[in-house]
Structures are given as C-alpha cells and as structure tokens.
Design a protein around this ligand. Structure first.
Ligand SMILES: *[C@@H]1O[C@H](CO)[C@@H](O)[C@H](O)[C@H]1NC(C)=O
Ligand SMILES: *[C@@H]1O[C@H](CO)[C@@H](O)[C@H](O)[C@H]1NC(C)=O
Ligand SMILES: *[C@@H]1O[C@H](CO)[C@@H](O)[C@H](O)[C@H]1NC(C)=O
Ligand SMILES: *[C@@H]1O[C@H](CO)[C@@H](O)[C@H](O)[C@H]1NC(C)=O
Ligand SMILES: *[C@@H]1O[C@H](CO)[C@@H](O)[C@H](O)[C@H]1NC(C)=O
Ligand SMILES: *[C@@H]1O[C@H](CO)[C@@H](O)[C@H](O)[C@H]1NC(C)=O
Length: 337
C-alpha cells in the first residue's frame, strides 16, 4: 500500500500543473445557501440521470448510528430531497483500511466493500452503474485520536490518502463509474481538536490542545491536497468514469466563518465552537458535566457533539449532494472527469 501510494504520487507530478490550470474558472462569487434556485454548476449529469446513491465512510455517514442529534443522517436526507434510492455501507468508527490505521470498527477496505460485494452477489441489491453515484467520506478516524494524531500506528498521511484514492480504483474495477469523493472537514475546528478544547467523551487525558489543533490542521490540509493531486492524476486514466471532488473542507470552513449564511436556529447566538451535546470531563476520570441544547435552538450550532456535525450542517451537505441528482450541480463539487 505504501509503495503504491508513493509511486502514484511521483507519477502524477508532471500532470499537476496542467490539472491546476484546468481547475480554474470555478469561482462562483459570494452567494451562499445552495438550493434549487441557484444557477447550474458544471457537472456531467442532468436531472434523473442518477437514481441511486451508494455510501461508504465513517460515523459522519453511517445511517444506523445517528450522530447529528436528529433522526436521520445526510444520506437519508439526500434520498428524501432528491427522491433516489440509497444503499448505505458506511460504519461508525471505521477507517479506510485496518491494515494501515487499525481501529476495532468496520473499515472501508476489509469490511464495507466486501459487504457491498456480497449484497450484489446474492442480489440483495441490483444496480445500473450508469445511474449510480458512489460516495466516500472517510479520514476522520484515520487522522484522529488513537491513530495518526496520537501516533498509535506506523502509518503516514500519505498511506491514508493513497488508501482513500484506491477506493475509486477498486470500485471502478467492480464496475462503478460515478464517484463522489468527499474530502476531510477542517477537523481542527471541531471541539475535540480545537485549541480551546475541553476533556470530553472522545479524549479525557491530559494533552496540549494547541499542539493537537496545529497538527490536525496540517494532517487535514496535506491529506486533502494529496487526495486532490492523486484524483487529478487518476481521472484521465479511468475510461468512462466521472469523478467529483466534494469540497467538504470549504463548505465547513464557510459555515464556521460565516454562520449566518448557514445556521438558522433560535439560540440567542450562532455557535460554531461549542456543541449541542457537550460533556466536560474531569481529567482522567469518568466524571462529567453534560449540557444538552434542545429543540429549534440546535439549528444555531455547527457541531452536534465534540466530533460530529450538527443536523443543520448535515442538511447542507445533503442539499449540495441532492443538487447533483437534481441536475443543478453544486458549487462545492469539481468534476475531474
Ligand atoms: C490486509 O492484510 C491482509 C493480511 O496481510 C491481507 O490479506 C488483506 O488483503 C489486506 N487488505 C487490504 C485492504 O490491503
Ligand atoms: C446477502 O449477503 C449479505 C451480506 O453478507 C447478507 O447480509 C444478506 O442476508 C444476504 N441476503 C440474502 C438474500 O442471502
Ligand atoms: C502547548 O504547545 C504550544 C505549541 O507548541 C506551546 O507554545 C505551549 O507552551 C504548550 N503549552 C503547555 C502548557 O505546555
Ligand atoms: C433551518 O433550515 C432547514 C433547511 O435548511 C430546515 O429544515 C429547518 O427546519 C430550519 N430550522 C429552523 C429552526 O427553522
Ligand atoms: C457555545 O456552546 C457551548 C457549549 O458547548 C457554550 O459553553 C458556549 O457558551 C456557547 N457559545 C456561545 C457563543 O453561545
Ligand atoms: C434539554 O432537554 C433535557 C432532557 O429533557 C433536559 O435535561 C435539559 O435541561 C434541556 N436543556 C436545556 C438547555 O433546557
């Protein structure tokens, strides 16, 4: 895996300048909010071309473990908004591959993809590849606590980025043709990884929050840059495929710096630094004091808990992705092929 990722990167370097040039011209001005009334953003699909969504990833995307405080996650919202079929395979706690970043949860490689293949084989699902969009949103656990950030494995961000992009090649090999690759959010802005963090349910041991925040920013920025370069290099090599890069990083950065354009709750102030469901722990102890924000106040928050997006943040992720199915396109998606 390590060798493959490195080789792929080196092979890509000459293509970078050209790809960067081709990527210009996507500035859509300062308009915010998304939604069906927006102008159309370039994409290779018209309304009704795509009829199904197959999702891979971690707790941000898992539909059996609701992490936004609501009753559904963003994939079911997309299915509702755009009236399409959903085949969800993402699992909470998962990383890209347990061979690279081991955690005791179902990873994309080794668990989620094999489950998908088994479902196809026994006809639990039947997909028309031209009408199906495959999505991947992974990395939160790979770069986070008990993994890269805390040095719990021998992996590097290059290994992780290589694995993420291998998902495209691997699924292409199984017949998939349309891909949506969701990059990592600015994790250093989540309460868990921010400089003003508190001891919480995900980490209650002593630590230097400034160092965590700085390191996390580096991991996310370099990981996102690596996957972008690798995908740009891959795009022209996969005949008949469409690869879209969903810029979660820009979307969440915008929600953080510009909350009035995205959050609409009834709390007295927008809140992008705290969370709806927060628990402040004693260091190295199970004692905690928890606060829960209820009702329509919740939609004033960017984060649900110390690690996960709020329901309102998820609605925006879903709206942008639904717009792909509805033919409008999204300003957060760049189609590399
Ligand atoms: C992980 O390692 C095992 C044992 O070496 C191997 O059989 C498997 O194919 C590897 N999986 C991936 C996704 O690389
Ligand atoms: C098909 O395989 C999946 C994954 O192993 C399994 O969960 C499901 O029950 C199987 N369905 C049938 C109809 O055999
Ligand atoms: C935490 O790390 C920062 C950055 O390295 C450093 O400036 C600061 O002194 C550290 N704080 C403590 C309490 O060690
Ligand atoms: C905020 O907007 C979303 C649509 O983005 C809507 O579903 C939700 O009900 C709104 N929340 C409040 C408190 O009005
Ligand atoms: C944001 O939420 C946190 C709870 O996580 C709270 O402590 C903080 O005071 C709130 N900030 C604002 C500006 O309301
Ligand atoms: C939210 O609801 C819970 C459960 O009913 C309650 O314990 C808590 O005090 C409420 N929070 C606020 C801020 O009112």
């Amino acid at each position: 895996m390590k060798f493959t990722a490195l080789t792929a990167l080196v092979a890509l370097l000459p293509a970078i300048a050209l790809a960067e040039q081709a990527g210009h011209g996507h500035d859509n001005g300062g308009h915010h909010g998304g939604g069906p009334s927006d102008p159309t953003y370039p994409q290779p699909f018209r309304k009704n071309d795509l009829k199904a969504l197959v999702t891979f990833g971690d707790s941000y995307t898992d539909t059996t473990w609701i992490t936004n405080g609501g009753t559904i996650q963003w994939p079911q919202m997309v299915a509702n908004y755009a009236d399409i079929s959903l085949y969800p395979y993402a699992k909470s706690g998962g990383t890209c591959s347990n061979n690279i970043t081991y955690r005791p949860f179902p990873p994309v490689f080794g668990s989620q993809i094999p489950t998908f293949l088994a479902d196809e084989k026994n006809h639990t699902i039947r997909l028309n590849e031209r009408e199906t969009l495959y999505s991947l949103w992974i990395g939160t656990n790979d770069v986070g606590v008990s993994s890269l950030l805390t040095g719990d494995n021998k992996a590097s961000i290059l290994d992780v980025a290589g694995c993420m992009v291998d998902w495209v090649t691997t699924m292409y090999g199984y017949g998939a043709r349309n891909f949506l690759f969701q990059n990592m959010v600015p994790l250093e802005l989540t309460p868990l990884y921010s400089a003003h963090s508190w001891p919480n349910r995900y980490w209650n041991l002593e630590r230097n929050t400034t160092e965590w925040s700085v390191t996390m920013r580096e991991l996310v920025l370099s990981g996102n840059a690596l996957t972008k370069l690798m995908l740009q290099g891959l795009a022209s090599k996969l005949h008949d495929a469409h690869i879209g890069l969903f810029d979660s990083h820009t979307l969440f950065n915008d929600m953080y710096t510009n909350p009035a354009a995205w959050l609409n709750g009834t709390a007295p102030a927008f809140n992008v630094t705290g969370c709806v469901d927060s628990c402040i722990y004693q260091i190295d102890s199970t004692e905690s004091v928890c606060t829960m924000v209820n009702g329509t106040d919740r939609d004033s928050y960017l984060w649900y808990d110390e690690l996960h997006p709020s329901e309102q943040a998820d609605r925006h992720v879903a709206r942008e992705i639904a717009n792909i199915f509805e033919g409008t396109g999204s300003k957060f998606v760049t189609w590399l092929s």
